[in-house]
Structure formats: C-alpha cells, structure tokens
Design a protein. Structure first.
Length: 275
C-alpha cells in the first residue's frame, strides 16, 4: 500500500503536478489498489499559491513550513508572501501517511477531540508521532526522512519509490527463503516420519531372515546329530553283529573241542575195558 501510494504520487510529480492536500481521506482503496482523489487544490509545480493551510487538509498532514510563515506574519505584523506548498510538501504528507499505514490509525488521534492550532504549533516545533513497535527500521527511516522539518532535507518521491521497492524486494527474498526453509523442514519431517517404518520393516525382514537362518541351522544340526546317532547305532550294531559272529565261532570251536574230548574219553574207556 505504501509503495502504491508513492508510485501514484510519483506519476503526479512526473507530470509536474503537486497534490497539496494529501491525507487519508483523499486516498481510495479498491480491490487492493490505491487511487488518489480530490485534486481541487492541485497545482503545477512552481506555480504560486496563497491558499492558507487552514483552508485545506487537516493539520497533521500539512507541511509545517506553512505554519511557520503564517506565525511570523502574525508576530511581525508584516505582509509577506505565504509559504507556497510544493512537491516537498507532498513528501511530508506521504511521510505521515506511511506512519498511518504502519499504525492503523490517524496521527495524533484522540477520541472526541479535534485538531487545533496548538497541535500545529507543536508540530512546527518538532512534534511527530511515536514510532509503532516492531516497525522495520528501514521503513521508519523512510517516513522520518519524509517528515523532516526542513523541506530541503526531504527526499524526492522517486527516492521514496526506490527505497520502498528495495524494501519489498528484501521482504520477498525473506519470504521466499522462509518458504524454502519450511519446505525443507516439511520434507525432512516427512522423511523422518517414514524412516521408522523403513527401520521397522528392515528389522522385520532381518528377524525373518535370522529366523530362517536359525531354523536352517537347527535343521542342519539336527540332521548332523541324527546322522551321528545313526552312525553310532550302526557302529554299535556292527559291533554286536561281530560279537555275535565271534561268539558263534567260539561256540562252534568249543563244541568241536568238546566233541573231540568226548571221543577221546570214549576211546580210552573202550581200551580200558579191553575192547
């Protein structure tokens, strides 16, 4: 809004026109677009103007220099030319309007009270509105330069446009960086939220793999154990068979030996009897 206001005024100054009556009542806003109104007191830059400040605008927005000239006239009782409002007077009004944009209320507003000559004197002596807390420093510098008491110290409207444009560009960069940062944080958060699931799945697969390996090892061990047991049983069985064979041979040998002994005894017995 401040940038649009400055651009609108720059168009007037570029055409050599001074508005002379800038205040919030003459600024129209429609569809987020600013339009300047009430050009009844506008004049060409450099043209003379004897219109007294009391006849137009409202006190807080008026160039204090116009108060100064009138006050000197009253004190000295001299007829001198009144201060002629010029493009730097518009700049002063813009400074007050920029403050109003940041605050959301008219300058020096007190409910139920009206602006008077006392406020004009205070402004002439340097009274300005209080800076709104948390207002960006660059923005404060712009409007305080605009409402400087000395017209020659005030910037041109083109400088104001450039400063506000730079401020907007800086804000856009900050917003873009924040958006990028938020997107990165969102992606990181998403990745982190997915990670436990991946780890869980990995652990499950690992457990399944280990279970299969353990089962395989168990089966292998059981088979080896069974083979060992079978081999042992076969060895024992073979031993028993050999033992049986050995016993059979020994029995047969003993039987033969017994038969031979019986035959020898029988022979000796027959010889003894004289057969």
């Amino acid at each position: 809004m401040a940038y649009q206001l400055s651009c609108a005024l720059s168009c007037l100054h570029n055409e050599g026109i001074v508005h002379c009556d800038l205040h919030s009542g003459n600024i129209l806003v429609r569809n987020n677009t600013i339009k300047l109104a009430d050009f009844g007191l506008s004049k060409r830059i450099g043209a003379s103007s004897n219109v007294q400040s009391k006849l137009f605008g409202v006190v807080p927005y008026i160039d204090p220099k116009s108060f100064s000239k009138r006050r000197n006239n009253n004190n000295n009782n001299e007829s001198t030319q009144a201060y002629s409002l010029n493009e730097k007077s518009d700049i002063y009004s813009v400074g007050v309007l920029l403050w109003e944009i940041s605050s959301g209320q008219p300058p020096f507003y007190v409910e139920g009270e009206h602006y008077d000559i006392g406020l004009a004197v205070d402004i002439l002596q340097g009274l300005r509105e209080t800076v709104v807390p948390d207002t960006p420093e660059e923005y404060i510098k712009i409007y305080t330069k605009c409402w400087d008491g000395e017209p020659d110290n005030r910037p041109t409207i083109y400088q104001v446009v450039d400063w506000l444009n730079a401020k907007i560009a800086k804000i856009d960069i900050i917003i873009e960086n924040r958006q990028i940062s938020n997107e990165q944080e969102a992606n990181l958060s998403t990745n982190n939220s997915e990670l436990p699931g991946d780890l869980s799945q990995l652990i499950q697969n690992f457990d399944k793999m280990n279970t299969k390996e353990i089962d395989s090892h168990q089966i292998t061990n059981e088979l080896e154990l069974n083979e060992t047991s079978l081999s042992t049983n076969n060895s024992e069985l073979q031993g028993d068979q050999n033992f049986d064979k050995m016993n059979t041979k020994e029995i047969d040998s003993i039987s033969i030996s017994s038969k031979q002994e019986n035959h020898s005894i029988e022979k000796d017995f027959n010889e003894l009897n004289g057969n």
